[in-house]
Every structure is written in structure tokens, then in C-alpha cells.
Design a protein around this ligand. Structure first.
Ligand SMILES: Cc1cc2nc3c(=O)[nH]c(=O)nc-3n(C[C@H](O)[C@H](O)[C@H](O)COP(=O)(O)O)c2cc1C
Length: 350
């Protein structure tokens, strides 16, 4: 019988923590290195991304396995969500696998060791082998009216410890958090957050926003200084997985179509104006390539790693390089936005 999902995750993280401190890490690095014909590498937000495939937020909440996950081939990493004060998150069980649907349901609720612990951890890890982003959340007990204080606290603590921030206003597991996506509130939040740091800030949105609302909100974020958008967090549209427990956010294959739709819905306005990152149900080079053509310069994944194991990033890298070459593209930058109507004449984002 398989271990409960959260236990399995803890076992993997504990094993990686041990392994990454030994010479076995070099062996992993060699074994999982993404074949580099040069086409996958790009400069984004002032950093070199050896390949566009990132580890999505939530896998490494406390930044414990940065070298270990970089050794699995990820071109960039997002740790967190972190909140100012440590918190336990929701009661267990709170993470469920749906093997047939290659999907997960999680109601974790920002379980993490807090901003000071993450700051200490990243002091040893940054700069990392790959660009490192931190996903910022607010404590459950912080009222939305005070949310800005939580984000500013974290930005102050962590600006020297990472290459970028992700303002998370879209997790479904902290009551009221998604209400911060009201465009005025969010615009003000983004303005204050970007003014407080020299590090680029991305905003992560919910896939449950209607496209028109998402367009308004995204435009407001960019006007307020956000360097880009991450599309998207988990969904609470349980009709996508009838057997769901209806207690958290769904990720993985059931989210795929919705995530692509949101990217397409925003790319027409925003491609060339800010960085677009696509996440949700990516499990192959073909998926990643479609997102890039639809306007994303970077992608991320979490759930597919759980079902397909550690060789996934290498496989995606190989497939992606092949797909680019088949279509005559020498780089991600050339392919990015190829399917966006009116792309011609729009400048490079990066
Ligand atoms: C167990 C779990 C925990 C997550 N925690 C966070 C989080 O703390 N912050 C966040 O922005 N997204 C979090 N996510 C969402 C992922 O970063 C990602 O947006 C989502 O899972 C869709 O990608 P995927 O289909 O490749 O998993 C979490 C996802 C899972 C499965």
C-alpha cells in the first residue's frame, strides 16, 4: 500500500536533505542534467535560466532542499509559501492523490516555519545553482486589512536572499486570501511591495477568476510595478474532479485546460509587457512547448513530479529542445508567443 501523500512527501524531502549534503548530489546532477543544446537557456529578469522549467511553490515550503531540487534539473526554483510567523496549517489529512486523474487535492494552509527561519536557511543557499524565487503568503490570523504588513515584513527579511518574489494572493486554503485579488486592493499592495524591494516581484493569480476579471486585475498589477504574472494557483472548481473531497485546491491534469485558457486570455494584452509564467498540469515537453508558444517564457510544475518521478525535468527538457528544433526555433525567446495574435511588433519581455 502506498504511503499517505503527505508522509510520502516528507520522506522524499528528508531523503533529499541527506543526499544533497553528500557526493551523491554530484551524481544526481550528472544523471538528471537537462541536455543543453543552448536553445533552452535564456536571460530573464536579469538572470540566466538554463532551462525554463521551474519547481512550483509548495513543494519546498521552508527552502530545505534547494541544492537537491536544482540537482534534479530544474532551471529555477520557487520556495514557500512563507508567512511572517510559523504556522502549522490545516489539520491532517490535507493532501490527497488521484492517481488515475494524475491530480492532487491539497488543503495545506501555508504550513511553514516562518520568515526568520526561511531567511536563515536561504542565507546558506543564495545565490543558488538556479534562480531562486520566494512565494509570499500572509498568516491565517492576519486580517486582510493588515495583509500588506505581512508581505512587507517578508520582503524586508528576504530581499537579500532571493532573485525574485511571488505575491501569493490566490491560495484557496487561507480563508479570504483570494479576496486580495480585488483590483484596487491588489494594485495598492503591489505598489507598496515593489517600492520596498529591488528584487522583481511576480503576482500569482487564481485560475478561478473569469477571464475578463483576470485581465483587469493583471493590468492593474503590471501598472503597479509587477514584473510578471504566474498563472495559476490551484482550482476550487470541483466539477473538474467529481471524486474530489471538496476541501482544497486541485492541481495536475484536471487543471491543465483551465491554466492554458487563462494564459491565452491574458497573453493578448500582456505578452511583451511583462513576464508570463505558466503552471498547472504541465507533464511533458509538449505541454511546456504549448505554454511557451502561447506566451509564457517560463513554466513550472509540481503535481506531475509526484506521479512521474525525478526523471521528469530531464525528459521535458529533451522533448522541448526537440520541438523547438523541429519548428526551426533557435531559442525559447524566438518561440515564445508564436501563437499570440498580434505578437509581431511586440518587444521582448526579458
Ligand atoms: C501540496 C501543494 C502545496 C502547494 N502550496 C503552494 C503554496 O504554498 N503557494 C503557492 O503559490 N502555490 C502552492 N501550490 C500550487 C502550485 O504551486 C501550483 O500552482 C499548482 O499545483 C499547479 O501546478 P501543477 O499542476 O503542476 O501542480 C501548492 C500545490 C500543491 C499540490
Amino acid at each position: 500500500m502506498a504511503l499517505p501523500a503527505e508522509t510520502a512527501h516528507s520522506v522524499v524531502v528528508s531523503a533529499l536533505r541527506i543526499v544533497q549534503a553528500t557526493p551523491v548530489r554530484r551524481w544526481l546532477e550528472r544523471g538528471y542534467r537537462v541536455a543543453d543544446s543552448g536553445s533552452l537557456s535564456q536571460e530573464v529578469l536579469g538572470h540566466t535560466f538554463a532551462n525554463p522549467v521551474g519547481l512550483a511553490a509548495g513543494f519546498d515550503k521552508d527552502g530545505l532542499v534547494v541544492p537537491g531540487m536544482a540537482a534534479l534539473g530544474f532551471g529555477w526554483l520557487e520556495v514557500g509559501a512563507v508567512t511572517p510567523r510559523p504556522q502549522r496549517g490545516n489539520p491532517r489529512p490535507r493532501l490527497f492523490r488521484y492517481r488515475k486523474a494524475e491530480s492532487l487535492e491539497n488543503a495545506m494552509g501555508f504550513n511553514n516555519r516562518g520568515g526568520d527561519a526561511l531567511s536563515r536557511q536561504l542565507a546558506r543557499r543564495h545565490p543558488a545553482a538556479a534562480p531562486l524565487f520566494v512565494n509570499l503568503g500572509k498568516n491565517r490570523t492576519t486580517a486582510n486589512e493588515r495583509a500588506v504588513d505581512d508581505y512587507l515584513f517578508l520582503i524586508e527579511r528576504l530581499s537579500d536572499r532571493c532573485d525574485g518574489f511571488v505575491l501569493n494572493v490566490s491560495s484557496p486554503n487561507t480563508p479570504g486570501l483570494r479576496d486580495l485579488q480585488q483590483d484596487r486592493t491588489l494594485g495598492e499592495l503591489v505598489k507598496r511591495a515593489t517600492a520596498a524591494t529591488a528584487v522583481p516581484l511576480l503576482v500569482k493569480l487564481s485560475p478561478d477568476l473569469a477571464i475578463d476579471r483576470a485581465r483587469t486585475i493583471a493590468a492593474r498589477c503590471v501598472e503597479a510595478g509587477a514584473a510578471g504574472l504566474i498563472l495559476a494557483n490551484t482550482t476550487t472548481d470541483y466539477s473538474l474532479l467529481p471524486e474530489s473531497r471538496r476541501m482544497g485546491g486541485l492541481s495536475g491534469r484536471v487543471l491543465r485546460e483551465r491554466s492554458v485558457e487563462l494564459l491565452r486570455g491574458l497573453a493578448g494584452d500582456l505578452f511583451g509587457r511583462c513576464l508570463l509564467v505558466s503552471v498547472g498540469g504541465i507533464s511533458s515537453g509538449r505541454d511546456a512547448y504549448a505554454r511557451i508558444r502561447a506566451g509564457a517564457h517560463l513554466v513550472q510544475l509540481y503535481t506531475a513530479l509526484v506521479f512521474q518521478g525525478p526523471g521528469l525535468v530531464k525528459r521535458i527538457g529533451r522533448e522541448l529542445a526537440q520541438l523547438l528544433s523541429n519548428d526551426g526555433f533557435a531559442s525559447i525567446g524566438e518561440a515564445a508567443g508564436a501563437d499570440v495574435a498580434g505578437r509581431a511588433g511586440k518587444g521582448e519581455t526579458t
